[in-house]
Design a protein around this ligand. Structure first.
Ligand SMILES: Cc1cc2nc3c(=O)[nH]c(=O)nc-3n(C[C@H](O)[C@H](O)[C@H](O)COP(=O)(O)O)c2cc1C
Length: 172
């Protein structure tokens, strides 16, 4: 696990090689095991390839994320309505459990893509209406993962992250 965590990075340069369907199926099979509050699994994955992937690639916002033109597949994560119980928990605890669940499952998708030898980048910026139109859904689109075989091998470099001492407080 630590090896995958160290190696993963946001890949923004993809080759033309299409992704085998079995790989995409394995990514979904791993991500479906993610934990979620009350086991609600309040998300749906749209696996876009071919023409639909091209439509997702065109649904950019603010001229950002030009690199996704070369992605050969996307996993679009939409939000499904939570049950009354999670809705109640959200009101009582003031915690957005649905967003937390979606963040966790996206991390699982990202790790699975890395484990399959694919490049992956999470996308938080996109034209939601155009993505919904491409998928013929009215569900909220919460995150998109662009996927493809990396065009170039990446040298592993130290990640720019806050130091553990700054991130963590030890409370004895
Ligand atoms: C919720 C979320 C949204 C993101 N949105 C974008 C995006 O729209 N475009 C992009 O190029 N990278 C996006 N990223 C990738 C981050 O920029 C990247 O994870 C961060 O800079 C750390 O780099 P690394 O993933 O290579 O370790 C997003 C990451 C997350 C977790």
């Amino acid at each position: 696990m630590l090896e995958i965590i160290k190696k993963r990075y946001s890949c923004r340069n993809y080759s033309d090689r299409p992704i085998e369907r079995e790989k995409l199926e394995r990514i979904v099979a791993g991500a479906r095991l993610a934990p979620s509050a009350h086991n609600e699994q309040p998300y749906h994955f749209y696996i876009a390839t071919g023409e639909v992937a091209q439509k997702i690639a065109a649904a950019r916002s603010f001229a950002m994320n030009k690199f996704i033109a070369k992605a050969t597949a996307f996993i679009v994560v939409t939000q499904q309505k939570s049950s009354a119980l999670v809705g109640l928990a959200k009101r009582v605890t003031d915690q957005d459990l649905t967003s937390i669940d979606i963040g966790i499952v996206c991390a699982y998708l990202d790790f699975m893509a890395q484990a399959e030898g694919l490049g992956c980048c999470m996308l938080g910026v996109f034209d939601e209406k155009r993505v919904q139109a491409a998928l013929n859904t009215s569900q909220r689109v919460r995150l998109i993962l662009s996927l493809g075989y990396p065009a170039t091998a990446r040298q592993q470099t130290a990640k720019k992250r806050r130091a553990s001492a700054e991130l963590a407080s030890w409370c004895d």
